[in-house]
Design a protein around this ligand. Sequence first.
Ligand code: NAD
Ligand code: KPL
Length: 313
Amino acid sequence: MPHSNGGQTSTRWHILGAGSMGTLWAARLARAGLPVTLILRNPMRLHAYEAARGLTLVEGEHSQRLNVTAQLPETDEPIQRLLVTCKAYDAEQAVAHIAHRLSPDADVILLQNGLGSQQAVAARVPHARCIFASSTEGAFRDGDWRVVFAGRGHTWLGDIHVGEAPHWLEELQRSGIAHEWSASILSRLWRKLALNCAINPLTVLHNCRNGGLQAHSDEVNTLCTELCALLEQCDQPEAAVDLTAEVNRVIHATASNYSSMNQDVTQGRRTEISYLLGYACEAARQQSFAVPHLQALHQRLTDHLKQHGLPCN
Ligand code: NAD
Ligand code: KPL
């Protein structure tokens, strides 16, 4: 639905997945005066949201309440621009549920980590333009409908079928969302996936902060060597350049942090393993390319998740 904003007409942002990233984006877009609507799972969540009277964005000492509208997936308002901020394992089903509402020339922006979910969503909505995104921003919720902007970062967006940058990137600029249009978004996503495969599972298995992996550098470096070979095999040589050095740099720079996967396991939440290590192992299998260390790591992580009563997909 077009929205008049000081004489200009803006297309509404619909946001599917009102968790940490979804509400972080919603709050900043709304703060810039742009029309935003959250699509909430069910009437219970909608009632809870209405009772909270909006979203609260916390940045350092400062917090701000923002009025963002919300609706259910079943609402019959057409969607022209959809930002999907569900976890990778929920994205396809969530989009399938509202696919009939997408306008024929809709843009769908996919903010999932890892790979696999984006392609699954794109196959569900072949008429939409799917834009893949990779973000180094960090956010978490410290209460219902309260989001803490915990780590400034950058978001790269791109279209795997190439094409021009969408005009609405200007709205991200206006909203203070640091971003860049990337001609090689797949390479960026593979690079982040490789980084996450080299760090996150080991922080779960050794039950340590990222810095704890400095005591396991042989294991880390062996995985990096195998990941580089896999990236080259998968036609992603750019994503392999200096991977080992970057992984070690990130371990050092984030030494006191717990990785996102470590936090998921500690808090009893499902991980995105299938879209990280699972995706890497499956890509290798499809190419009949041996990745014994990644496979062994995948098996150890799967066993660990099972022991903790967590899904291993
Ligand atoms: P989250 O769990 O906080 O939010 C996901 C939201 O999606 C939840 O509120 C959930 O209820 C909702 N959802 C799931 N299925 C739905 C459905 N069918 N209909 C409506 N809503 C539905 O997750 P997050 O931390 O915001 O992460 C989202 C993605 O962004 C992940 O792939 C994550 O790896 C990536 N990411 C997160 C961060 C971060 O700091 N949180 C940083 C970079 C990338
Ligand atoms: O992205 C990360 C995560 O925790 O998911 C880092 C900190 C880079 C570790 O892989």
